[in-house]
Design a protein around this ligand. Structure first.
Ligand SMILES: Cc1cc2nc3c(=O)[nH]c(=O)nc-3n(C[C@H](O)[C@H](O)[C@H](O)COP(=O)(O)OP(=O)(O)OC[C@H]3O[C@@H](n4cnc5c(N)ncnc54)[C@H](O)[C@@H]3O)c2cc1C
Length: 397
């Protein structure tokens, strides 16, 4: 059914009523820590009954991936319905029922490049949170210059034997399967890469955590030693995995860019006013901070308008394919700026490391984590290169 044939006002009120009935109050709080979101997977456990109830209610309706077709575990929402679903979720501050690289990255790539069998099999698993996926793109020496990757899949007839190393594989030690870029032809840099899916429990796969500046360790080195991958676990054509990889990166960049808008909590100004107080006329005490905040608010509004337009274009399969790079650059720089302002307003109290709550809402770990936003999924410098070359048509980038 098309959007013009649907009574969208009725749809909105149905969604509102459903959310009212099914989204527990505990699931309408801002996400504070890693276990406030459910990531699914073979070894997953729920933090509490509310998280479980919310997840299960959404799975039953296809709402974990509302805009995917029903045959693949979604609710088959049109773009307009999906927008209303997201608006109504945001209105009550509902947490996503399931967070997953499968939803944000692999799913869109499978919808575009997967065979029917792959779509039915993998997308339904993703929608039900059964398999947790990680991303095997980067290698030591192949980050920004990803096409130089060396992990090699040797053709053995009905399977490949994969050898090599990946790095920065987020949550590899917790994930069940990996979507992985593997060189299957050494002669052609671009047309020599294939996009493979395989189980992390396959003999020969091992992971080693890397400790980060924030003190956490969700990132891994991942090693492949004679890993056997069946031939039907390739997505897209042999040696044309770069097309799949680029498409997926567009969705990854769009997803990462979202951080610039904030976390749905009270506005940044209101948050900072609570910390540093206001003058007699109700304005923020510190004029410098006031000016920086005003600039942030203007930039955030512009970003929000741009993001909404780009997302609509993407869902309608229109618009310039390089635009997610603009969103990624603007969104992640904005997110860093937002957290700099939060830290600045907290003063020396904000540096308190152990407590995430007593330092006026400033969170040093979260602040440090934002530094990685403009590196992961492609660095800001590389985004600027793409924008200048593919959008502005400038020479030599
Ligand atoms: C938090 C986090 C999570 C990540 N998760 C994953 C994951 O799950 N899976 C995965 O595969 N990867 C992951 N990555 C890796 C990420 O994709 C790479 O870090 C990123 O692509 C940059 O590559 P690099 O680290 O090798 O840096 P390099 O490519 O070595 O770049 C180093 C510096 O040089 C600059 N530079 C490089 N080339 C150019 C150029 N042509 N012009 C201008 N400047 C340039 C870069 O901007 C950067 O500042 C993650 C990274 C982070 C930080």
């Amino acid at each position: 059914m098309s959007d013009t044939q649907i009574d969208l006002e009725q749809f909105r009120s149905d969604i509102r009523a459903w959310l009212e009935e099914n989204c527990p109050q505990e699931m309408r709080q801002p996400v504070k820590g890693e276990d406030d979101v459910y990531w699914g997977g073979r070894n997953a456990s729920f933090k509490n009954d509310a998280q479980k109830a919310w997840f299960e209610a959404c799975v039953a309706k296809g709402y974990t991936v509302a805009d995917w077709p029903k045959a693949y575990g979604g609710a088959g929402f049109t773009p307009a319905q999906n927008k209303i679903w997201k608006q109504e979720m945001a209105r009550i501050g509902a947490r996503p029922p399931l967070s997953s690289f499968g939803i944000w990255m692999l799913g869109p790539a499978l919808l575009h490049f997967g065979t029917e069998e792959q779509k039915v099999h993998y997308l339904n698993q993703i929608a039900r949170g059964e398999i947790r996926w990680c991303q095997g793109y980067s290698e030591p020496g192949s980050g920004s210059d990803l096409v130089s990757l060396q992990t090699f899949g040797e053709d053995k007839g009905d399977h490949w034997v994969v050898n090599g190393q990946k790095i920065w594989t987020s949550y590899a030690d917790k994930c069940d399967w990996i979507f992985c870029l593997v060189r299957t032809n050494k002669e052609d840099k671009y047309r020599g890469i294939s996009f493979l899916l395989f189980d992390m429990e396959t003999p020969g796969v091992s992971t080693k955590p890397i400790k980060l500046i924030s003190g956490n360790s969700p990132f891994c080195e991942t090693f492949f030693d004679n890993v056997v991958v069946p031939k039907d676990q390739i997505v897209g054509e042999l040696n044309r995995g770069w097309d799949v990889a680029k498409y997926l990166l567009g969705h990854e960049r769009e997803m990462i860019s979202g951080g610039g808008l904030g976390d749905g909590a009270p506005s940044l100004g209101a948050k900072i006013a609570k910390v540093i107080g206001t003058d007699d006329s109700g304005n923020l005490d510190d004029p410098m901070l006031r000016a920086q905040l005003a600039q942030f608010d203007v930039d955030a509004l512009a970003f929000k308008a741009m993001a909404e337009k780009f997302v609509d274009e993407m869902k309608a399969r229109k618009g310039h394919p390089a635009k997610p790079n603009m969103m990624k650059y603007a969104g992640t720089e904005l997110n860093k700026q937002r957290h700099e302002l939060i830290m600045a307003s907290g003063g020396s109290d904000a540096l308190e490391w152990e407590s995430e709550t007593s330092n006026h809402g400033a969170k040093p770990r979260t602040w440090l984590r934002t530094k990685a936003n403009s590196i992961e999924g492609g660095t800001s410098e590389v985004m600027l290169n793409v924008i200048s070359k593919r959008i502005l048509d400038l020479p030599g980038a």
